[in-house]
Write a protein that binds this ligand. Structure first.
Ligand code: HEM
Length: 492
């Protein structure tokens, strides 16, 4: 029996194992090289739980552009900044699609895919509406919301001073509350039923998606009955839809054109303007509801992961923490920080950037899809290939960064001026590049700055005695997260 199994497996492997070059005409076209893949599961076993790291290893053997199979789907992974810029910036339109992955489709089936999962022509409309709405709300309003929440966080932490605790739930709550306030003017208490329901549904959705879910990459799974997890996922998606529908309806019934309260109001206003411009696309309520969720979901896990990483690096590098605190003390004294202080706090800013360099929350960006047969360098990439940018590998590229693996905030500071180097000169793209670059970048940077400044001004963050130093490798869930860790806060 075992022998038969072996023979069958060997036959299947023999049929399926092929170099990627077979896909295209080798006389004129060359497909990137990559490891051999197995039938059905592709390179899944080689990619394991930390695909960003494994893909970097592969790039040492096959070059900075590597072809792999995610399940039975062809993918090309970019491991250098030049490749990222060529594909996403210079040839942005060729690489602007999103692959039709099954759970993704279910998340966005109702309304032409919101923003993150949308394709042309809907993506362009969604993107314009989102950019316009974020602009309408403006930086001042965001700053106020973040400041209020950061102050509340500091007050909450008073209760745990001098006691060891896991900071993750407090950070997650604060960041989620910033988004709820900014999006629909609801600021929750920790035990609010609506908040707990929203949080729980997000958790279920995130557990099922964004990390090479089997349903997304293995076509054969669609022939199997749904697992309990898939059923839970569908229930969570339905609850999400009901929640964001309710929020939009509440806003529509009280909307005033000249009194924009939050992003949802701004989206309603932006829709009116865009609808007049693009009458042939119906920007329905469902379309807008998914857009609100896209902004919510795009913001929460990413931003809170970076704040947790900031604490991890401060614990690992106490001399950096001391220097950040000293800078805050010199510049602010006992005054609270505001966003206007940013330029006077280059070392704090550099520490945040260095955290984003070494631990980007999306080490592999949201997958793109080639919308036509195109080229990167000498390689031909067929239409409908999945394209993934390995930001984690790019931002640790030893050809680009001196001592690339070492946490060194100073690399971002021009020693002659004590200002940050222009980021465009730093080969640094934690928010992606090109037309699909993150629309929330400036709000995320505001949030990272204000939360970090409030925390590190007020507290010395220490490792509790006997606790293991949290590793800087982390684990890739929906985003790259530090493993659970504990801290001890001493008031300064
Ligand atoms: C530290 C925080 C954040 C990081 C590192 C980050 C990073 C990224 C990256 C790498 C992408 C993918 C770009 C691509 O597809 O090539 C992305 C897309 C996106 N992000 Fe962010 N993001 C952050 C915060 C935010 C915030 C605060 C918002 C909302 C206000 C947001 C909303 C989105 C949306 C809607 C997309 C999809 C854009 C599109 O497909 O056109 N993100 N982000």
């Amino acid at each position: 029996m075992a022998a038969m199994g072996m023979i069958l497996t060997t036959k299947l492997f023999a049929e399926a194992i092929k170099t990627r070059g077979d896909k295209v005409d080798m006389t004129t076209n060359v497909y990137p090289d990559g490891p051999v893949s197995l039938p059905f599961i592709g390179n899944k076993l080689q990619l394991g739980k930390d695909p960003h790291q494994k893909l970097r290893e592969m790039s040492k053997k096959y070059g900075k552009i590597v072809s792999v199979k995610f399940g039975d789907k062809e993918a090309v992974v970019l491991n250098s900044m030049e490749l990222l810029r060529e594909a996403m910036v210079q040839k942005g339109q060729d690489f602007n699609g999103r692959p039709p992955l099954r759970l993704y489709e279910e998340l966005a089936s109702k309304s032409n895919k919101g923003l993150r999962l949308a394709e042309e022509p809907y993506w362009r409309v969604s993107r314009k509406i989102a950019d316009l709405a974020l602009k309408i709300v403006g930086h001042e309003k965001w700053e106020k919301i973040i400041e209020d929440e950061a102050k509340t966080l500091i007050a909450t932490l008073k209760d745990v001073e001098e006691r060891r605790f896991d900071p993750a739930p407090d950070i997650d709550f604060a960041v989620t509350n910033v988004m709820c306030t900014a999006l629909f003017s609801t600021r929750y208490k920790r035990d609010d039923k609506e908040f707990l329901m929203l949080y729980q549904n997000q958790r279920v959705i995130n557990e099922n998606i964004w990390k090479n879910s089997p349903q997304d990459y293995f076509s054969f799974i669609k022939h199997l009955p749904d697992s309990d997890k898939t059923t839970d996922f569908r229930l969570a998606v339905a609850a999400r839809d009901a929640f964001f529908h309710r929020k939009l309806m509440e806003h529509k019934s009280t909307f005033q054109h000249d009194r924009i309260r939050d992003v949802t109001d701004a989206l309603i206003k932006a829709r009116m303007e865009m609808q007049a411009e693009i009458p042939d696309i119906n920007i329905s309520d469902e379309y807008l509801e998914l857009l609100i969720w896209d902004l919510f979901d795009g913001a929460c896990a990413t931003t809170s992961a970076v704040l947790k990483w900031t604490l991890v690096y401060m614990l690992n590098f106490p001399s950096v923490q001391e220097k950040v605190h000293q800078e805050l003390q010199d510049v602010l004294g006992d005054d609270p920080v505001s966003i206007a202080d940013r330029v006077r706090l280059p070392y704090l800013q550099a520490s945040i950037l260095e955290t984003l360099r070494l631990s980007p929350p999306l080490p592999l960006t949201v997958p793109h899809r080639t919308t036509l047969s195109t080229k990167i360098g000498q390689f031909t990439i067929p239409k409908d290939t999945i394209i993934v940018s390995n930001l984690w590998a790019m931002q640790r590229d030893p050809d680009v960064f001196l001592e690339a693996e070492v946490f060194t905030p100073d690399r971002f500071i021009d020693p002659d001026t004590n200002h940050l180097f222009p980021l465009s000169s730093m080969n640094f793209q934690p928010f992606g590049a090109g037309p699909r670059r993150c629309p929330g970048e400036s709000f995320a940077m505001m949030q990272l700055f204000l939360f970090s400044a409030f925390l590190l001004h007020q507290y010395n963050v220490e490792l509790p005695s006997g606790a293991a130093m949290p590793a800087t490798t982390g684990e890739l869930q929906k985003v790259l997260q530090p493993e659970p860790f504990q801290v001890l806060l001493h008031s300064r």
